[in-house]
Design a protein around this ligand. Structure first.
Ligand SMILES: Nc1ncnc2c1ncn2[C@@H]1O[C@H](COP(=O)(O)OP(=O)(O)OP(=O)(O)O)[C@@H](O)[C@H]1O
Ligand SMILES: [Mg+2]
Length: 272
């Protein structure tokens, strides 16, 4: 609706932003590099961040960066996964009908992975999103999945992605120590700082083909203050501000307009 008014080719803050147009902060760049290493070496990694900080988006970018000739990526984001459904979910993605019992399904998966490694010459990378919601039993199952050939090697790369409580309320606990000890790499996605928030907004506007300045420096200060550098919140504020400015015929958005939309157009829970 406001796109034509601001001469944009499409919506700047849409969730389906293609990987090549995504903003990459230094921190994201580092996490992506580490995940590349995890895939290559078939390691076990954990990625955590606060809600809306870009974990799933980062995984989308990571998936796009993996060579299809070298890797097979399996992605699950079902928080209600029991161990049996975990194996079934992975086997489904490999196009194999899973056996009913957990032990059988696990052996089936290990066999499939061995075929992929040995015959197809590819490596398997398994990403579990929303891992902070996983049941204890499923988390403990990773131990058995990673224990291969008498625990001498890992058959796949496993990446758990979840909100900060994945560490604080789960992995840090004593009962998960056997799983925790197997974690090779721990990555944390941070909030954006003030400069990164501005670059992030510019990247989105650039993606929409908008070259003019839309937010004053003070407006950017205010967006950063309210959003605390969380991409999902930045998107919502900017989206509302663009709509509001369009309705009022303003081409440049200042800090008062940001304060107004935050107070009047966003529900309390929308801001960080
Ligand atoms: N690097 C980025 N470039 C462009 N947009 C981004 C980036 N990071 C996050 N976003 C945008 O921010 C929003 C929130 O990101 P995302 O869903 O990845 O967060 P999350 O950490 O997975 O959140 P949750 O914990 O709720 O699952 C998305 O709409 C996404 O498009
Ligand atoms: Mg997510």
């Amino acid at each position: 609706m406001y796109e034509r008014f601001f001469e944009m080719s499409h919506s700047p803050f849409a969730r389906d932003i293609p990987p090549e147009s995504m903003y990459e902060s230094k921190n994201m760049e580092e996490v992506l590099a580490r995940l590349g290493y995890v895939a290559d070496r078939q390691l076990f990694a954990v990625v955590t961040a606060d809600a809306g900080c870009g974990k799933s988006t980062l995984i989308r970018k990571f998936a796009a960066s993996l060579s299809k000739e070298k890797y097979i990526l399996l992605y699950l984001s079902d928080s209600k996964l029991t161990p049996r459904w975990f194996y079934k979910g992975l086997l489904d993605q490999l196009g194999v009908e899973s056996k009913f019992y957990r032990g059988d399904a696990k052996r089936q998966l290990q066999k499939e992975i061995e075929i992929i490694r040995g015959i197809e010459g590819k490596r398997v990378v398994c990403v579990l999103d929303e891992a902070h919601l996983l049941e204890k039993e499923t988390i403990e199952e990773f131990r058995f999945l990673l224990n291969y050939r008498f625990d001498s090697m890992s058959p796949l790369a496993l990446i758990l992605v979840g909100q900060t409580e994945l560490w604080d309320e789960k992995l840090r606990l004593k009962r998960y120590s056997a799983v925790r000890q197997r974690i090779d790499i721990n990555c944390v996605l941070t909030h954006l700082d003030r400069a990164e928030t501005e670059q992030y907004i510019c990247a989105h506007l650039g993606y929409a083909g908008c070259t003019q300045e839309l937010f004053t420096g003070r407006a950017l200060d205010e967006i950063f203050k309210v959003s605390r550098g969380i991409p999902r919140v930045i998107n919502r504020i900017c989206e509302k501000a663009l709509m509001y400015a369009c309705q009022n015929g303003h081409k440049l958005i200042d800090d008062h307009e940001i304060t107004f939309v935050v107070e009047h157009e966003m529900l309390g829970g929308d801001a960080a």
